[in-house]
Design a protein around this ligand. Structure first.
Ligand SMILES: Nc1ncnc2c1ncn2[C@@H]1O[C@H](COP(=O)(O)OP(=O)(O)OP(=O)(O)O)[C@@H](O)[C@H]1O
Ligand SMILES: [Mg+2]
Length: 506
């Protein structure tokens, strides 16, 4: 059904893809795997007609699609959900779903009431809990991603690619997405599924294709693969998936946060983190995890006090937080952490204390050193440090933001989903770095959605629900107890309970 033949792609001297071929049959769910920068998104964008390949062809049912031609993809029923959600914030869910509908008449589009009813019917039928009339800008990030999924469904796409769609979805939305993808497969669609979470491959996919440095390394049925083999194909070496950080020796209290957050009973909660300690923060999306970190860092005005060492930090002032030695790796790194138009080198040197002069730049040599350090420490793949940071692959953009803070090593480090979108090899390295920083006496507050990661790294875990601290757990607690606390209902819901669609099936 889908046939990519010998695709080559270069970007100003960067060889993103070299002779990559792959075929996907109707009903097949194919995982597309590879390290950050291995060429997955580029391949997906070539399929989507957003980027032209240098050589090779894209065929759908044996018909060649013209390169860099989005409209032809609509005709051929190709739908793509990209790595970053592309939606119109000012429009409704329904309008977003029918954006490319050829039946839209002129500028006024479909009669909006009819469109809304049709959209709602599709949403309900596929078990997507969205209001067709809601303004997309008012929705959370993962809901916005679901709007893109709904758009592909509304398009009735027969060839669908998902580029790391699950990375920004909560666990229950991932469940729903899987139900949707399986159903697409049952209806004969050919699916390409990009992810860094290998468990998803075993749960969802029939077969897997692995890319390394822009080249095809292997395509095999998932039943013939195991984690270790996939990892070796991806990064060329074995990596233990599990990580358990041994308890480090803890020093004096580095960070005290008082009166900023409350307990479930409405009392003020005092958050303290010691030097060398990793405090994990567990919670569902919307439970106030990022909010808490942003308050400590001064991005939000709040009641209460924040003290770092013996320095009082003015709440509502990131500059004061930075002066006091607090660093933040924000959740949305592309928007909050990166100057996408500036070079990789400039972005890598942003926290260099030697930046001076009117333009706040560092010397070329220092900049190069930062980039080299990151290539070694977080396995940054930036073929050309002069290129704009925005041209890096998603995972490598994140590595710059993370890498420069790991290098600056402030006394207190606030990490918001530090490994989201990061490949398995680099993840392991980031775990090691967190461990090393803690050993050197950094106090770390870690927000992570993946519970194994949180459990493996944290000395202590606070669970948030609806913006409040519901429970505190010591090291060694099991995932079920945390699951109970963060769902706030005293028991873990089963997948079937969470998913309206599967309930309808029974
Ligand atoms: N517009 C561009 N200009 C220059 N280089 C680019 C551009 N787009 C992609 N690249 C380069 O092509 C290579 C492949 O990038 P791609 O985004 O396809 O990787 P990926 O496999 O999707 O990685 P990730 O897992 O991090 O999302 C990278 O080295 C990237 O820097
Ligand atoms: Mg990508």
């Amino acid at each position: 059904m889908l046939d990519l033949e010998a695709i080559d792609k270069n970007f100003s001297g960067v060889r993103a893809l070299r002779g990559v071929s792959l075929r996907v049959e109707p009903g097949e769910i194919r995982a597309l795997l590879g390290e950050n920068g291995s060429g997955k998104s580029t391949l997906v964008r070539i399929l989507a007609g957003e980027v032209a390949q240098d050589h090779g062809s894209v065929l759908v049912n044996d018909v060649v699609l013209p390169p860099r031609d989005v409209p032809s993809r609509k005709v051929a029923s190709v739908g793509v959900v990209g790595q970053t959600a592309e939606v119109c914030a000012e429009m409704t869910v329904a309008d977003n779903m029918f954006l490319s509908d050829r039946r839209r008449a002129g500028l006024r589009g479909l009669k909006s009431r009819r469109a809304a009813a049709r959209a709602q019917k599709i949403l309900d039928e596929w078990g997507i809990e969205l209001d067709a009339c809601a303004r997309v800008g008012d929705l959370s990030q993962d809901q916005q991603h679901l709007v893109e999924v709904a758009r592909v469904i509304a398009q009735d796409a027969k060839i669908v690619a998902f580029d790391e769609t699950t990375a920004s979805l909560t666990e229950d939305h991932v469940r729903r997405l899987f139900t949707i993808i399986r159903r697409m497969g049952e209806r004969g669609a050919a699916i390409l599924f990009v992810t860094h979470r290998l468990v998803e491959v075993f749960e969802l996919c029939d077969s897997a294709t692995v890319l390394r440095d822009g080249e095809h390394v292997e395509t095999a049925p998932v039943s013939s693969l195991d984690t270790d083999r996939i990892v070796r194909l991806m990064v060329g070496r074995s990596i233990r998936d599990q990580f358990f950080r041994p308890a480090a020796e803890q020093g004096s209290v580095m960070l005290t946060v008082d009166g900023v957050i409350e307990t479930a009973k409405g009392e003020s909660y005092q958050l303290r983190v010691r030097a060398g300690e990793v405090l994990g923060v567990a919670g569902l999306v919307g439970s106030g995890r990022s909010n808490l970190l942003e308050s400590i860092y001064g991005l939000r005005r709040r009641q209460g006090t924040v003290t770092c060492g013996d320095r009082r930090v003015r709440i509502g002032s990131p500059a004061a937080a930075m002066d006091a030695g607090i660093g933040l790796v924000p959740e949305d790194r592309r928007r909050q952490g990166l100057a996408v138009g500036q070079s990789v080198r400039q972005n890598a040197s942003l926290l260099d204390p030697a930046r001076r002069g009117l333009a706040h730049v560092t010397s070329y040599a220092r900049g190069e050193r930062h980039v080299t350090t990151m290539r070694e420490r977080v396995r940054l793949k930036a073929p050309n440090a002069r290129n704009a940071a925005g041209t890096l692959s998603g995972g490598n953009q994140q590595k710059i933001v993370l890498g420069r803070l790991l290098e600056a090593a402030p006394g207190v480090l606030l990490l918001d989903e530090p490994t989201r979108g990061i490949d398995v090899g680099a993840k392991r390295e980031i775990y090691d770095l967190i461990h090393q920083l803690a050993e050197r006496g950094t106090a770390i507050v870690l927000v992570a959605s993946e519970l194994p990661e949180l459990l493996g790294l944290s000395d202590r875990i606070v669970a948030l629900h609806s913006g409040r601290v519901v429970e505190e757990f010591p090291r060694g607690v099991d995932a079920v107890a945390i699951g109970r606390a963060i769902t706030g209902i005293g028991q873990v819901v089963t997948d079937a309970d969470r998913n309206p669609f599967s309930r309808g099936m029974k």
